[in-house]
Design a protein around this ligand. Structure first.
Ligand SMILES: *[C@@H]1O[C@H](CO)[C@@H](O)[C@H](O)[C@H]1NC(C)=O
Ligand SMILES: *[C@@H]1O[C@H](CO)[C@@H](O)[C@H](O)[C@H]1NC(C)=O
Ligand SMILES: *[C@@H]1O[C@H](CO)[C@@H](O)[C@H](O)[C@H]1NC(C)=O
Ligand SMILES: *[C@@H]1O[C@H](CO)[C@@H](O)[C@H](O)[C@H]1NC(C)=O
Ligand SMILES: *[C@@H]1O[C@H](CO)[C@@H](O)[C@H](O)[C@H]1NC(C)=O
Ligand SMILES: *[C@@H]1O[C@H](CO)[C@@H](O)[C@H](O)[C@H]1NC(C)=O
Ligand SMILES: *[C@@H]1O[C@H](CO)[C@@H](O)[C@H](O)[C@H]1NC(C)=O
Ligand SMILES: *[C@@H]1O[C@H](CO)[C@@H](O)[C@H](O)[C@H]1NC(C)=O
Ligand SMILES: *[C@@H]1O[C@H](CO)[C@@H](O)[C@H](O)[C@H]1NC(C)=O
Ligand SMILES: *[C@@H]1O[C@H](CO)[C@@H](O)[C@H](O)[C@H]1NC(C)=O
Ligand SMILES: *[C@@H]1O[C@H](CO)[C@@H](O)[C@H](O)[C@H]1NC(C)=O
Ligand SMILES: *[C@@H]1O[C@H](CO)[C@@H](O)[C@H](O)[C@H]1NC(C)=O
Length: 540
């Protein structure tokens, strides 16, 4: 218990908003979390300073050769400087190098003239001191972070699952070699949600010190992160994290695109527009005045999207100058023709103005077309909070098999959609001998592979909330959406070289569901939330 007391004693000293949506690719900037430097100043232009500069540049230049960990000393007593970095066990050499390079620069800005400092990023940590730090267990300073959203956990098993997973990972990591003490694991939470966990110690620790550090961190979980969708306990010598989306190894696994299996001959399904798939949101604290410059720019924007959007069914544009500048994005159903896309864009531009009169920010989404504009840039930014659920009243015959099959289909499609250029995937899976499940997942195309994947995992995790046991479901957010049914509702994308069969006689119509008005036999709810992590820091 003495291990965790210092951690608990210092309650929330600092609350910061941390967005979990920053990119993680090797070119991307590392995601800064926190730094700590106690008041231990050195004299400017002293030997200590020059030794420290040498240390940081050596760490930085050795950052791609160290297998994720490197320790170093520079100088002689009394101006000796000890330093080390550790990268997260799954990141590539490039990402590691990039993170250490950034950390060694930024720490000098954040802790100028400090003899002792530690800084943490998502991808790496770096520290230096005037005392030896190698192979010494150090728990403080540290921090904990959690997602403010609670996990939906009717059975009350989530915390136990987290603790069990962490305990088994701690044992695995502690017994790891002197090169790396790192372990990750996945555990089924519900049919749709997987718990992803990670633990890591600096590899210079002994097995028993690593174990001790991680057990202390696990003991601190209930006080920060009980019932939360994601949590981290970060200490100087070790750290742990869990989420309900894959946050490690994404670079290595997701970009391998698995093509959508296509039937030998293209199949077409003609499906009516189902009104319940429509979502519009009007944002912005300010309204524009009719006849003003903003309105003029908005009209130009719509014209420009009308011209630029249809050829590749997607485009973005910016119109006018600040303070009346407008940013816009349009995206059509990728199976639509260029001509159809043009008419959808036109119709959507009219509808969005009717639905959100004089609003400076708006989004309109329906089956055919997505249109969004704003007075500030939103490109490549993800908003995954589910805004609309819809489901049919019909129940499925075998909910257990259904959710297993659906879960597997959603897993598969989330990876495929995120890594595809058009950020779209459809798929079919068997349910009963007579029934199949048809699924569609999609993101706006400006999102990165990782952000699209995270957005989709977020809304997939909401399937049990809306649609448990139902024979269909829709979850719509601003940046992505999903839909599944036990009947075909999408067109299969034709393969790139158009087959002559495409021009053949009108494809068969699918019977049933043609004219179903989903608002009559289904329900929908609207809700909005924000999904941010809060950070609490313990003093040192
Ligand atoms: C840091 O320590 C120095 C000397 O001990 C003192 O003058 C200074 O006020 C301290 N700064 C802070 C921020 O505590
Ligand atoms: C490290 O620096 C601190 C603050 O200046 C000092 O109190 C401490 O004695 C130094 N430790 C060593 C080993 O030099
Ligand atoms: C440290 O050196 C820089 C340039 O070498 C000089 O501009 C600065 O005045 C010096 N600072 C002190 C406190 O000597
Ligand atoms: C790595 O660190 C050593 C010091 O241990 C330094 O001499 C060397 O220059 C660094 N390597 C590179 C590639 O800079
Ligand atoms: C990273 O660098 C180390 C040392 O050069 C090398 O052994 C390792 O294979 C590299 N890893 C990757 C993924 O390139
Ligand atoms: C790194 O740490 C190990 C373990 O404490 C130590 O044996 C080694 O000398 C250190 N390396 C350097 C360059 O100081
Ligand atoms: C999460 O659950 C806690 C405890 O049950 C509750 O106090 C809190 O309001 C919930 N937070 C959210 C965002 O639902
Ligand atoms: C999770 O469940 C799926 C099917 O429901 C199964 O295939 C998979 O092996 C399970 N994974 C774990 C880690 O238990
Ligand atoms: C903007 O317009 C909406 C709807 O027309 C209205 O509800 C809102 O109060 C207006 N906001 C401002 C700041 O005028
Ligand atoms: C957007 O439109 C411009 C101009 O028509 C075109 O050059 C660009 O390739 C389009 N972008 C995409 C992603 O299609
Ligand atoms: C689905 O069921 C059909 C007929 O029972 C079978 O031929 C097919 O292989 C199954 N597909 C999958 C992916 O299991
Ligand atoms: C669908 O149902 C809604 C609500 O009952 C109704 O207002 C609408 O006209 C219906 N649409 C069609 C196409 O029947």
């Amino acid at each position: 218990m003495t291990i965790i007391r210092p951690f608990l004693r210092a309650t929330v000293l600092l609350l910061m908003v941390y967005f979990l949506t920053l990119g993680l690719g090797s070119d991307a900037q590392p995601t800064y979390l926190y730094h700590n430097c106690p008041n231990t100043t050195y004299t400017p232009n002293s030997t200590y300073q020059s030794n420290l500069r040498i240390l940081l540049s050596s760490l930085s230049s050795n950052a791609t050769v160290g297998n994720g960990f490197y320790n170093l000393t520079t100088g002689r007593d009394p101006n000796i400087v000890y330093g080390l970095y550790m990268c997260r066990g799954d990141v590539t050499n490039d990402t590691c190098g990039n993170c250490v390079e950034t950390a060694s620069k930024e720490i000098l800005d954040r802790c100028p003239e400090e003899k002792v400092a530690t800084t943490w990023y998502d991808e790496c940590m770096l520290r230096f001191s005037n005392q030896s730090i190698f192979s010494i267990l150090q728990e403080s300073p540290g921090l904990s972070m959690w997602n403010t959203q609670n996990v939906s956990d009717p059975s009350g098993t989530f915390n136990q699952l987290v603790a069990d997973t962490m305990n088994s990972l701690a044992t695995r990591a502690a017994s790891g070699q002197s090169r790396m003490k790192f372990a990750t694991g996945e555990a089924n939470f519900t049919g749709f949600q997987t718990l992803y966990s990670l633990v890591q110690c600096t590899p210079d620790l002994s097995a028993s010190d690593c174990n001790r550090c991680l057990r202390g961190a696990i003991d601190a979980l209930p006080s920060c992160c009980s019932g939360k969708r994601g949590g981290r306990v970060i200490r100087t010598s070790c750290n742990l994290r869990y989420e309900i989306y894959r946050f490690y190894g994404v670079e290595a696994t997701s970009p391998a695109p698995s093509p959508i299996p296509l039937p030998p001959t293209p199949v077409f399904f003609h499906i009516p527009t189902i009104p319940v798939n429509a979502l519009h949101l009007c944002f912005g604290s300010q309204n524009y005045t009719s006849g003003g410059q903003f309105e003029t720019n908005l009209k130009h924007l719509f014209n420009s999207l009308y011209t630029k959007g249809p050829p590749s069914r997607f485009n973005t544009t910016i119109s006018g100058e600040t303070p009346d500048r407008v940013y816009g994005l349009v995206q059509c159903d990728p199976t639509s023709s260029e001509e159809d896309c043009r008419s959808y864009v036109n119709a959507s531009s009219i509808e969005i103005v009717q639905k959100c009169p004089n609003r400076k920010q708006a989004v309109l989404r329906n089956d055919n077309c997505y249109l969004r504009y704003s007075d500030s840039s939103f490109f490549s930014q993800v908003d995954a909070s589910p805004r609309l659920y819809a489901w049919p009243l019909k129940n499925v015959s075998d909910p257990l098999v259904f959710s297993q099959q659906l879960g597997a289909l959603m897993d598969n499609l989330s990876t495929t959609a995120a890594s595809s250029q058009i950020k779209y995937a459809t798929g079919i899976t068997n349910f009963t001998v007579f029934e199949k499940i048809y699924g569609l997942l999609q993101c706006t195309r400006d999102l990165s592979v990782r952000d699209c994947y995270l957005c989709l995992r977020e809304i997939i995790g909401n399937i049990p909330t809306c649609c448990n046991g139902r024979a269909g479901g829709n979850v719509l957010s601003v940046s992505c959406n999903l839909r599944y049914e036990i009947y075909p509702f999408f067109e299969i994308l034709s393969p790139p070289p158009p087959s002559p069969l495409e021009a053949s006689p009108p494809p068969p119509q699918i019977e049933g569901d043609q004219n179903t008005n989903k608002t009559e036999n289904g329900k929908f709810v609207l809700w909005a939330n924000s999904d941010k992590d809060f950070i609490s820091i313990n003093g040192s």
